[in-house]
Design a binder for this molecule. Structure first.
Ligand code: ATP
Ligand code: MG
Length: 455
């Protein structure tokens, strides 16, 4: 069953149940009320036994003998007429002798087993439904003081007619209500599922065309609106990540082309000139090897940056940041023995991935060495999860500051030096992955100050 059909069916079912309950309650109350009226009328118009010497026009005549009545007297049953002349019903008496004085006209009332029980004195009164000559009656039977049994009955025709009408009416209301609820359910479901249909359409379009640029209108600030906004945000994130990937591939192929071309030129030259002096040959080979090393570093950096998210192989651990930085400084010293490194480190522990963090700190030191004047000093400080590296080089121009963390970005002044512009991008990547920050600033008194902060 589709979602829309479910909504329609649920709405119709809910309304049907509500109306059915209301209808049943209404019907039961009205039925009880109508019958209670009839019962009350029956009670108030219990017939009297009247004994006269002669027959009287309004009474029913009988030749039965009654205790207390003289032979030849007439016994009749009279049903008192209620106020305003409402239907008074028919009366009947069963004398102690067993003789029945029936109603003036029509068939006598039935003398059922229950009526006989009343006559035998086992019960004083009963009120029940009977059918005489096809007429539905309500009959009250009561035992009199002299052992006689008086019966009175009133047709339920009016009440039955009213109830039948009520049944039709309630049935119609129920059908109408269900139809209305169904119709409303269709309308509601159409409105409710419209955003879903839009989303589905958008998702299908994105799947079919691969066009992540597609967006759906967000509309009001309600649930469907928020769903649409979330969907759009997801598309935007996907688009951003795909664009970044494309950018990385484009940049990478561009960056790889330069060293590859240089190596190729070197090899071709070596091929074409086999009789090269050994000194020149060695120099060319050394240059090719250097470029290959650059290439290796570049490929390693690219792989690092392209890796989506964290590397699962290296879980984060609590490590001593000061010791990690001290190791990195030690390594930098070995590579650049002419430089002076000043390390000021207070013990502090951070939660991080060791190899990645070492790589980031290494890149910072690398830059500092690269841009320091020969024999210059590099000051490194570690305190409360923050590493600062300061050099006394030319510093970073204001115009370059916002870009130095971009992949492959190199300030125009740096383009004569080796490197590919990935070092600081990796530092930023590592900082982001650890929910930390990295910033570059111009140090007071010249030089550059890089600040890496971990939470
Ligand atoms: P790579 O690190 O990939 O070998 P790179 O050092 O040129 O190359 P990054 O480390 O990303 O690249 O630095 C980007 C740019 O920021 C540099 O090219 C340079 O212009 C500038 N820069 C970074 N550190 C310094 C610094 N300590 N002093 C002056 N300029 C710097
Ligand atoms: Mg660098």
């Amino acid at each position: 069953m589709t979602f829309r059909r479910r909504i329609v069916v649920l709405a119709a079912a809910a309304v049907a149940i509500a109306i059915a309950l209301a209808a049943i309650i209404t019907y039961v109350i009205v039925r009880q009320d109508l019958r209670a009226n009839v019962d009350a009328q029956l009670r108030s118009s219990m017939p009297e036994l009247i004994v006269t010497q002669q027959s009287v026009g309004v009474t029913k005549q009988s030749s039965a003998t009654t205790p207390g009545a003289k032979a030849g007297s007439t016994v009749s049953v009279q049903v008192p007429t209620p106020a305003f002349g409402a239907a008074s019903g028919v009366g009947q008496a069963i004398l102690p002798s067993g003789a029945i004085i029936g109603p003036e006209s029509g068939s006598p009332l039935p003398v059922t087993a229950a009526v006989k029980e009343v006559k035998a004195g086992k019960r004083t009164a009963i009120l029940d439904d009977q059918t005489v000559d096809g007429v539905h009656l309500r009959m009250l039977t009561r035992r009199g003081a002299m052992g006689e049994v008086m019966q009175i009955a009133q047709p339920l025709t009016e009440a039955d007619k009213t109830l039948a009408q009520l049944r039709w009416l309630l049935g119609a209301v129920m059908l109408g209500g269900v139809a209305l609820a169904g119709g409303l359910g269709v309308a509601v479901s159409r409105v409710a599922t419209r955003p879903l249909a839009r989303l589905t359409g958008a998702a299908e379009q994105v799947t079919a065309t691969g066009d992540l640029h597609h967006r759906i209108p967000e509309g009001a600030d309600d649930e469907p609106g928020r769903l649409a906004a979330a969907f759009n945000a997801m598309l935007a994130a996907l688009e951003g990540s795909r664009d970044a990937q494309r950018q990385l591939v484009a940049d990478a192929s561009h960056e790889l082309r330069t060293p590859l071309t240089a190596i190729r030129a070197n090899i071709e030259l070596l091929e074409r000139a086999p009789g090269l002096p050994p000194g020149e040959r060695a120099a060319m080979l050394a240059s090719a090897r250097g470029q290959l090393e650059d290439l290796t570093v570049l490929v390693g950096d690219l792989v690092d940056l392209a890796r989506p998210g964290e590397r699962p192989v290296e879980p984060p651990e609590d490590l001593r940041l000061d010791e990690l930085v001290a190791d990195a400084v030690e390594r930098a010293r070995r590579h650049a023995p002419a430089m002076t490194f000043e390390l000021k480190a207070g013990p502090c522990v951070v939660r991080a991935r060791r190899a990645r963090l070492a790589r980031a700190v290494g890149n910072l030191l690398d830059n500092a060495v690269k841009w320091s004047p020969p024999g210059g000093a590099v000051e490194v400080q570690v305190q409360d999860g923050e590493v600062t590296v300061r050099d006394h080089g030319p510093g970073i121009a204001q115009g370059d500051l916002p870009h130095v963390f971009d992949r492959f970005y190199r300030a125009p002044s740096a383009r004569g030096l080796p490197g590919s512009g990935l070092g600081l991008a990796i530092v930023k990547h590592v900082a982001d992955a650890h929910r930390g920050t990295v910033s570059a600033e111009t140090a007071p008194g010249g030089g550059t100050l890089l600040r890496l902060t971990l939470p």
